[in-house]
Design a binder for this molecule. Structure first.
Ligand code: C2E
Ligand code: CA
Ligand code: CA
Length: 277
């Protein structure tokens, strides 16, 4: 590349750069058009480990392309993060989640929304959140959970911490997402005023047949409890894991065993059915 600089270039990189460029273009178009149509927010149940009863839902965004294909977030979130488009995208998801919190107020305790580090780094994020909550006084802010990842702490952790304190003062709850996969989970646990830990799928899936996983989970659950935090285990696909988690004292779980993310209409039906049951 001239001077002393060397660039390594291979097929895989070419594909991923191209994907990112199309991802960005599609995302800009999707955000400019009908966001509900182009960027539907789907919901996955979060259930009580004891009996599988739905208590909450995680909002997970999708992209609907012109030909009707539904893309998962892996196809466009990285581009959104890089370009900053995650900020309007995140606002759209937050607004949508609040709308459904209202619609499902009788049947759903809370909705959990992913907040990217980039969003949290924006000085406008907390004022936006406060405005949205003020505009919907009938929604109890405690019914909103914001899921953050450890990378939110890179950069100025002091500012982030302060922002999280303000968010908590609004009544909104904070969950530590993908807990255990980062590099400094304990530092994070010590410094962040979180209400919930979400145990990552990588050490939840298959725990019933893996004594090491099961020991780690038990220790993390013990820590969470001692810190007064709740816990949600992610990626539960097998009943044996549900039973093991319940036995280990994990209060809440999420995973394909109880349902994949589905469009709001389908989630509504599911809530109706469980209400009648
Ligand atoms: P995440 O926040 O860790 O969300 C959980 C992911 O695990 C979801 O994938 C969900 O469908 C998947 N999952 C849940 N249960 C199971 C299971 O039992 N087995 C398996 N194999 N997978 C399971 P999804 O919807 O593809 O989302 C991927 C990631 O994209 C999310 O991971 C999150 O980091 C990001 N994401 C999704 N929506 C948003 C959003 O609105 N904003 C931001 N910033 N990120 C988002
Ligand atoms: Ca999440
Ligand atoms: Ca997660």
């Amino acid at each position: 590349a001239g001077g002393n600089r060397v660039k390594v270039f291979n097929q895989q990189m070419r594909v991923s750069v191209q994907e990112r460029i199309t991802g960005e273009k599609m995302l800009r178009e999707a955000l400019a058009g009908d966001r509900q149509q182009n960027l539907p927010v789907w919901f996955q149940p979060i259930v009580r480990a004891e009996d599988g009863e739905i208590v909450g839902a995680e909002a997970l965004v999708r992209m609907c392309t012109a030909d009707g294909t539904i893309l998962g977030p892996g196809h466009f979130i990285p581009a959104a993060e890089e370009t900053g488009l995650i900020v309007p995208l995140g606002e759209h998801v937050l607004r949508t989640a609040l709308r459904y919190l209202q619609e499902w107020s009788d049947d759903l305790r809370y909705i959990s929304v992913n907040v990217s580090p980039r969003q949290l780094a924006e000085a406008d994020f907390v004022p936006l959140l406060a405005d949205l909550l003020t505009a919907s006084p009938e929604i109890d802010p405690r019914r909103l959970v914001l899921e953050i990842t450890e990378t939110a702490m890179l950069g100025s952790s002091h500012d982030v911490r302060e922002r999280l304190e303000t968010i908590k003062a609004l009544g909104v709850r904070i969950a530590l997402d993908d807990f255990g996969t980062g590099y400094s989970s304990l530092t994070w646990l010590q410094n962040i005023p979180a209400d919930v830990v979400k145990l990552d799928r990588s050490f939840v899936a298959g725990l019933s047949s893996d004594p090491r996983k099961s020991s780690i989970i038990q220790a993390v659950l013990w820590m969470a409890r001692s810190l007064g935090m709740s816990a949600v285990a992610e990626g539960v696909e097998e009943e044996a894991d549900q039973l093991a988690l319940h036995a280990a004292g994990c209060p809440f779980i999420q995973g394909y065993l109880f349902g994949k993310p589905v469009p709001p209409a389908e989630f509504s039906e599911r809530l109706q059915r469980s209400r009648m049951a």
